[in-house]
Design a protein around this ligand. Sequence first.
Ligand code: FCB
Length: 468
Amino acid sequence: MSNHFISFPDNFLWGAATSSFQIEGYPLADGAGKSNWYEWTKTPGRIENGQDADIAIDHYHQYKTDVALMKQMGLKTYRFSISWPRIIPERGKVNEKGLDFYRRLVDELLQAGITPNATLFHWEVPTWAKGEWTNRETALAFKEYAEVVFKALGDKVPMWATLNEPQIVAEIGYLQKFFPPGKADRAGYAKVVHHLNLAHGLAVKAYRDLGFKGQIGVVLALCPWKTKNDDPVAKAYADKMWDLHADAFLGPVMGKGYPSFLFEFTGDDPKAYEKDMPIISQPIDFLGINHYNPNYAAYAPGANIFDNDWAMKDGIPTNDLGWPVDPEAFYDLLVYLWERYGVKQLFVTENGFPTRESKRTAEELIEDDVRVHYYGTYLQQAQRAIQAGVPLKGYYAWSLFDNFEWCFGYDPRFGLIHVDFKTLKRTFKKSADWYKQVIAQNGFDPALLPKDPDYPIYHDEGVRAKTF
Ligand code: FCB
């Protein structure tokens, strides 16, 4: 090994992540109920190319093959999510067949020596939950569902996350209209945020009350807010964007309460939210971070509901969805979370790179040097953060497989493992082979990363048109 080799701590948890709706397919099988996302995929104009997740990658039937692939990759842990409408097709009714699927999956993982890490909510809300997150009752129903799942799987699954990226649900579903329920309701935004936070807190409480001794946390989408230039107005605005995107969730969960800007944004009274704080702020065992890119802030009144044009610095590399690639921002984020919020343990629960099928050759989709470069440079920063003292205990690549990428359908491919969506054949990409080696050696040599990675370059065209 060369002297550039970087190592991770012993017992570092190397993993990969997926989510139920994005890979399972057959969303109505075996007595499952319909979900918001099921309905969304059936609504014309919502998903690119009119695609749906009826088959996805058929993990629902091919989970044994898939666990064998995880074992082949050497994963120590696997992060997946459980579909709420499969388990509770009607309020108050438990669907044992839905639970059985996850029992079989968990047994298969344990037999393969892979630690299961289960997320209770990765965006599927049963359609019976009227009003979804605008309704406090949804948080109470979520607690009932969480109890059912803990009782069924709590003895076997040692790591739990309550919610995946509640802020993305809130922003894109309740302000920007692109995700279900397709609203743009600024005045109602704090309520939605609060009900998501309450659902998290109630599930943590249910887990502890049932006496389980594993670890439970929440997974948040987190990124630093940068500015295009040194304009102090833009910098002050970047802080406000952090408040809305990150602190509206991290604040209450970490016992620091809501940022005041949340209520400036919505115009409602903070007092109405205080009584639930003891439930929301119960101690968690870890914070899960999903991180792909930094965001950019500029005060651009009227550009959209956030008065932010989202335009980035000219000339920076991006992924195929236009998200900036900036590994040092990842380091800054990890250090900031540790210093500002004093989290005990961090896991990177998602980090990864999409290659769009429509923008790459078939060969590039599998010989994915650009993805190897992305993972390598991001992991290098993760290791630097560990050296600086950040209690980062594990890392999950997003994603194990190419899958259904929400509104974008199947065109962006995030997988380490390529999936042919016609035949459902799974093939290790170059990045999968590389990651396998990283896991086996518990580190890698950054000097050996691919040269000249093919990142698209962003060109600033000024303030963007009003989009929502
Ligand atoms: C995250 C989601 C995940 C996937 C990646 C690309 O926001 O948690 O389901 O879509 O982005």
